[in-house]
Design a protein around this ligand. Structure first.
Ligand SMILES: NC(=O)c1ccc[n+]([C@@H]2O[C@H](COP(=O)([O-])OP(=O)(O)OC[C@H]3O[C@@H](n4cnc5c(N)ncnc54)[C@H](O)[C@@H]3O)[C@@H](O)[C@H]2O)c1
Ligand SMILES: O=c1ccn([C@@H]2O[C@H](COP(=O)(O)OP(=O)(O)O[C@H]3O[C@H](CO)[C@@H](O)[C@H](O)[C@H]3O)[C@@H](O)[C@H]2O)c(=O)[nH]1
Length: 327
């Protein structure tokens, strides 16, 4: 019988790719999502509309019997988290504690959790998992709190991977799934949107200690991220204890480099306008992902050009628009 996996946040951007990849790998997948920003059209398995903070509802769902959980549900914006820190604690931390509690009650002891590279203290070097943790934003603080809670619950038998993604980007090769946040805060979709409308991209600061003064990020294809989740779940179900792992490519790209790539890919000029720094931004976040490569036998298959090309193709004909929570 196929192992059953619950994917929280599976109607969202990364979650919809994970749910699809897990289904393709032979798992029976159920998505739980409150659709606050997710898209029912992005889900091709059973979708249960549920807020993770609804502990009773979660208990009923997990009581159906699951072998593992991939937990992506939550609020995701570094900038917004400064305006609404309490909401970030409530949704991200309380939602995750509710999930951990329901998993314990129903004997589900395999968890793959979406964490972030934004946990790391600023550094000029590529980041491995042993770099000191010093989150700069309330968003990243909530992820650290959840990682710590997971570490504590390990003592009660939980096995878990905390996957620290760098910057997720890109779309499905056939443009059937892609990124559709509203409002969009992520650089690549914003740059594509601005170029398409003939509007300038606002660069948040150009006085960072990086080669061209703009922030450097490690963009990793969402298809590669989804594959890492499948491998992590496989290993947990085979008895692995799990650990914290970076998921990135090791290649950094500045905001200006992304603007140039998008412009080339669309064959349209993208003007760049200087704006102020954005609160909570790290100058540079680039992965050393050798541990994931060793533990999950995972190496990214897609590069930055593939990421931008697939995101541009998705933008030309998105299959779904802004979610229910759109501003
Ligand atoms: N996008 C990135 O680059 C990136 C990088 C690092 C980590 N992450 C993490 O990956 C996860 C997924 O990110 P994404 O970009 O796909 O975001 P997303 O907003 O597209 O997906 C999040 C999903 O969670 C759902 N959700 C929110 N609150 C919920 C709640 N209380 N109960 C049930 N469902 C709820 C939303 O409706 C949405 O479908 C998040 O946890 C995010 O912090 C993302
Ligand atoms: O209009 C824009 C949008 C973004 N940026 C810059 O582009 C870079 C990337 O920004 P963004 O795409 O918003 O990603 P991050 O702020 O790095 O955050 C993402 O990546 C983190 C990991 O790095 C995750 O934890 C977060 O959930 C996810 O939103 C940053 O330097 C931004 O300042 C601009 O200059 N102009």
């Amino acid at each position: 019988m196929a192992a059953r996996v619950l994917v929280t946040g599976g109607a969202g951007y990364i979650g919809s790719f994970c749910a699809r990849a897990l289904t393709a790998a032979g798992y029976e997948v159920v998505v739980a999502d409150d659709l606050s920003s997710g898209h029912p059209e992005a889900v091709d398995c059973r979708l249960v509309e549920l807020d993770l903070r609804d502990r009773a509802g979660l208990g009923r769902l997990l009581g159906e019997g699951f072998d593992g959980v991939v937990h992506l549900a939550g609020l995701i914006s570094v900038g917004e988290s400064f305006e609404a820190p309490g909401r970030y604690v409530d949704v991200n931390v309380r939602g995750s504690l509710s999930l951990l509690d329901a998993m314990r009650e129903h004997g589900v002891d395999c968890l793959v959790f979406s964490s972030t590279c934004a946990l790391y203290a600023p550094s000029d070097e590529a980041l491995d998992e042993d770099v000191a943790l010093a989150p700069l934003s309330p968003y990243a603080e909530t992820k650290l709190l959840i990682e710590r809670a997971i570490e504590l619950v390990r003592r009660q038998g939980l096995r878990a991977y905390c996957l620290r993604y760098f910057n997720a980007a890109g779309a499905a090769a056939d443009a059937s799934l892609g990124e559709a946040h509203a409002p969009e805060t992520h650089l690549i979709p914003i740059a594509i949107e601005r170029a398409s409308r003939g509007q300038p991209l606002v660069v948040f600061g150009d006085d960072y200690p990086t080669p061209d003064g703009t922030c450097v990020r490690d963009y990793v294809h969402v298809l590669d991220l989804a594959e890492a989740h499948v491998r992590a779940m496989e290993r947990l179900l085979a008895g692995a204890p799990g650990e914290a792992l970076n998921l990135g490519t090791g290649r950094g790209a500045s905001v200006r480099e992304i603007a140039a790539l998008v412009s080339r890919c669309l064959g349209r000029e993208l003007a760049v306008e200087l704006g102020p720094r954005r609160l909570g931004d790290q100058p540079s976040l680039v992965a050393r992902a050798t541990r994931a490569s060793r533990s999950l036998d995972w190496t990214p298959r897609w590069g930055l050009e593939d990421i931008v090309a697939s995101a541009c193709a998705w933008h030309r004909a998105p299959r779904y628009g802004p979610g229910r929570g759109a501003a």
